[in-house]
Design a protein around this ligand. Sequence first.
Ligand code: URA
Length: 221
Amino acid sequence: MKLSPQKLRQIAEWFSEAGISDVIAEQEVSKKNKKTISTLAELKAVMSKVNIPMKECALNMVFGVGNENADILFVGEAPGAEEDKQGIPFVGQSGQLLDKIMNAVGLDRTKVYITNILPWRPPGNRTPTTEEMTLFRPYVLKHIALINPKIVVCLGGTASKTLLQTNDSLSQLRGRPVRIAEISAEIFATFHPAYLLRSPSQKREAWSDFLHIKSLLSAQH
Ligand code: URA
């Protein structure tokens, strides 16, 4: 997904409507920093300085959690209320379901790394905008590159569309690993656990995705 001049103008307008005059210049600075960031602590420090209105409504920045040498990295959408309170990804109801699904295929938080597209809770838990997804994509790519997993699992449409830069639906993306130029890992899209809580009949499909993910992991060893 290349951004057209019109889209770039829309993004600039969005920033200016948000009342942030220097945000674009700041993102430019961050872009330079991204090239020299070589640790998770440096990435976290740079991200914490991103100037974006949603940050003012959040209690905590939610960066990432888990095994920094993991072969598998999960990417969600954005922190919810509980994650915002604790500053840790996937600790609310969705996180508890994610833990159960992982456990069922022999994974747990000591073996995986978990992060989100957005590090702050969007006000009222709204879905991230395209502009927010575009803004944070380079940081997520850097985050993934620093962990260097073999498999990246996108939980839900926001993570899948952001990383794969597509408007395809999750049902079109699910079930087949793909690669993108920016990272070496295989990327696998599956349901978001919050969706599975709302649509338990889909758990069977999620189970087959996780068996597939497990077999991809075994094939890498
Ligand atoms: N939903 C997400 O996408 N991420 C979290 O961390 C929690 C809920």
